[in-house]
Design a protein around this ligand. Structure first.
Ligand code: ZN
Length: 129
């Protein structure tokens, strides 16, 4: 792993941004990744068509925690249209590290929680049951 990105991931892992819960969230959703033992919950407060506030909690490996931290930074204050368009490719690009197929689920867990919480996706594309 490239040093810059290793530091970037570790920084988000050690000092996760927007960590915690919201008092009266409009959306709260939690998912886990049994392969790794990661568990991420995301709380959202919506203001019309924007993400007014976002927090996440949970326990996970460095990748899943960093991904959640990075994702909350990206969507805080963003229009829902932007959130809806946030793709798996974009999430992986934001992480900036190559991930093995197993680690891919770590890197995409937070995005899965977000999308499922907001849109109730029954099926997460790219994931075989
Ligand atoms: Zn993990």
């Amino acid at each position: 792993m490239d040093d810059f990105y290793r530091e970037f991931i570790l920084d988000h892992y050690k000092r996760p941004r927007n960590f915690g819960t919201l008092e009266n969230p409009d959306v709260t959703h939690e998912e886990d990744n049994p392969l790794c033992g990661d568990r991420i919950r995301i709380d959202l407060c919506l203001n019309e068509d924007r993400v007014a506030d976002v927090r996440f909690t949970g326990e996970g490996c460095a990748i899943s925690t960093a991904a959640a931290s990075i994702l909350t930074e990206k969507i805080k204050g963003a229009p829902l249209e932007r959130v809806k368009a946030f793709s798996m490719e974009e999430m992986l690009e934001a992480l900036g590290v190559p991930l093995s197929p197993i680690r891919l689920k770590c890197g995409l867990l937070a995005l899965k929680v977000l999308k499922t919480g907001l849109y109730g996706l029954k099926h997460w594309p790219g994931e075989e049951e």
